[in-house]
Design a binder for this molecule. Structure first.
Ligand code: INI
Length: 159
């Protein structure tokens, strides 16, 4: 018989760390609002949400790793905006941020979610912060909740 494991979108009692980048903060503030809204609307208590600010997306991975290593959080969510038009080193910042966020999760066994926008233009970044497109931060919050709960379901199903 087929067994299906899924993560419920229920954040009751869960604890979240958020690492947010100040660079392009006119975008990252919107993303952060989306994350907090997404967590709260699914049952997370304000007291269970901790935000750490870093200078830019390049600095996100280490802060995610440190937060995840504390063992205080069920999931960590990275929030940043890397915009190609704004930098000659877009590819380096974006790639190192993505690799580092993935690594922080794998090394700590804590879900670390990539709520970082990588956009070709400022207009595209604005769209992804919740104008034409859904707020990427809100989506990241849902990914965090689902990931925590599906990992719990996997652990509980093992015999
Ligand atoms: N950081 C970003 O988060 N987004 C960007 O678009 C960006 N640009 O354009 O350069 C950016 N650069 C800063 C970088 O993340 C580091 O903070 C900096 O290089 C110091 O290590």
């Amino acid at each position: 018989m087929t067994k299906t494991l899924e993560g419920k979108l229920d954040a009751t009692g869960l604890k979240f760390g958020i690492v947010a980048s100040r660079y392009n903060n006119f975008i990252t503030k919107r993303l952060l609002e989306g994350v907090v809204d997404g967590l709260s609307r699914h049952g997370a208590a304000d007291d269970n949400i901790t935000i750490a600010w870093v200078p830019g997306s390049f600095e996100i991975p280490l802060a995610c790793l440190r937060m995840a290593e504390t063992g205080d959080y069920d999931a960590v969510i990275a929030v940043g905006a890397v915009i190609r038009g704004a930098t000659a080193h877009f590819d380096f910042v974006a790639a190192e941020c993505a690799k580092g966020v993935a690594r922080a999760g794998m090394e700590t066994d804590v879900p670390v979610i990539f709520g970082v926008i990588t956009a070709e233009t400022i207009e595209q970044a604005i769209e992804r912060a919740g104008t034409k497109l859904p707020n990427r931060g809100f989506e990241a919050a849902l990914s965090a909740i689902e990931s925590v709960n599906v990992l719990k379901a996997i652990a509980e199903s093992s015999s």
